[in-house]
Design a protein around this ligand. Structure first.
Ligand code: NDP
Ligand code: KPL
Length: 312
């Protein structure tokens, strides 16, 4: 079985670290980061932290050098989903592609490019520490299921989960993982956005009563949209925020890290995604829409060369 990781950064590498240990998996990776790809090809992909392993990955920056694959696992940031699928669509002309990204709308984009799609959400965390080296920060489950609009078969979903699990992963194949995905999205739309706007780590932000109140208001909007879509959440996202305070008090949400590094954020797929599905279902989401617009304004502030010369 051939599997290609699309975007082999932190999360993609955690999946590669599992699949690279399985004898009957031929593992490929597409990633535009030349230095990272060169390091993986020269020395293997090294995982540190919770995992301590080096695996062989056939990494490429040119998708034309990758053979047709049975499965893709996309772990590029959400703003790169379309470009990633444009580049790799031929690899999956008869394959199934699974998203393990955060946010909403990824599966809909993937479905424009490949015949079968697997929806997913993942809880482990990691970060790149050097080219070809990724630290596995925390463990957790991944949940995957056929994407209803363009489904992979349940047999394919199970086969992909089995392959990752045989390499030490923890992937649950489900009939419908939308509840798990939406639970995490609603959590992220509160924790990540408020972390990014206050520059406080998750737990510290939770301890500011006003900030915590806004988180709960963001959650309420997301829950109402999920309900309108007929999605049963896996758990209460507001309780997940409190759980996160206990387990990861000093954790900077990824959107805060992006803001501190003045990098584009995933706000369009998080608060923007909730607002977009809110519009579709007629559920008001003014707070999520406002957060999206403010964070987009913040991103623009970093591109001073585009606005410094402007006059009314
Ligand atoms: N990191 C974490 O702990 C967690 C992350 N997630 C989610 O997983 C997804 C991936 O995040 P993460 O692994 O942290 O991100 P990273 O930035 O570590 O990895 C993404 C990789 O994709 C590459 N990339 C950029 N553009 C493209 C493209 N057009 N096609 C293919 N690959 C591309 C990047 O290269 P370059 O660096 O050159 O841009 C990078 O190597 C996100 O949606 C995130 O929210 C979910 C759970 C936890
Ligand atoms: C908290 C975490 C790492 C959970 O996976 C996350 O999703 C984020 O920071 O964006």
């Amino acid at each position: 079985m051939k599997v290609c990781i699309i975007g082999c950064g932190a999360i993609g590498s955690l999946f590669a670290g599992h699949l690279g240990r399985v004898d009957d998996v031929e593992l490929w990776a597409y990633d535009p980061a030349q230095e990272h790809v060169d390091a993986m090809n020269a020395n293997g992909l090294r995982l540190t932290g919770l995992s301590d392993v080096v695996v062989k990955v056939n990494a490429r920056t040119d998708p034309a050098e990758i053979p047709p694959c049975d499965f893709g696992i996309i772990a590029a940031k959400t703003m790169h989903t379309r470009a990633a699928m444009e580049a790799t669509r031929d690899i999956f002309a008869d394959g199934a592609v699974c998203s393990v990204q955060n946010g909403l709308g990824n599966e809909e984009i993937i479905a424009e490019y490949v015949p079968r799609v697997i929806l997913g959400t993942t809880f482990p965390a990691g970060h790149i520490t050097a080219p070809g080296v990724v630290n596995h920060d925390t463990g957790g489950q991944t949940k995957i299921s056929p994407f209803p609009d363009k489904p992979a078969s349940m047999e394919e979903v199970q086969r992909l989960a089995d392959a990752v699990n045989r390499g030490g992963g923890d992937v649950v194949a489900m009939e419908d993982a939308r509840g798990a995905l939406w639970t995490k999205v609603i959590f992220n739309s509160a924790s990540n956005a408020m972390g990014a706007m206050t520059r406080l780590p998750h737990g510290v932000a939770c301890d500011q009563p006003g900030v915590r109140r806004v988180m709960s208001e963001l959650v309420k909007e997301g829950v109402a949209v999920a309900e309108a879509l007929g999605i049963t959440l896996e758990s209460d996202p507001d309780a997940l925020i409190d759980y996160g305070r206990e387990k990861a008090y000093q954790h900077p949400p990824s959107m805060l890290t992006d803001v501190l590094n003045q990098r584009p954020t995933e706000v369009d797929a998080l608060n923007g995604g909730v607002a977009q599905f809110g519009e579709q279902t007629g559920v008001p989401t003014p707070l999520n829409a406002a957060i999206r617009d403010i964070i987009k304004g913040l991103e623009y502030s970093w591109r001073e060369d585009e606005w410094r010369h402007l006059k009314p």
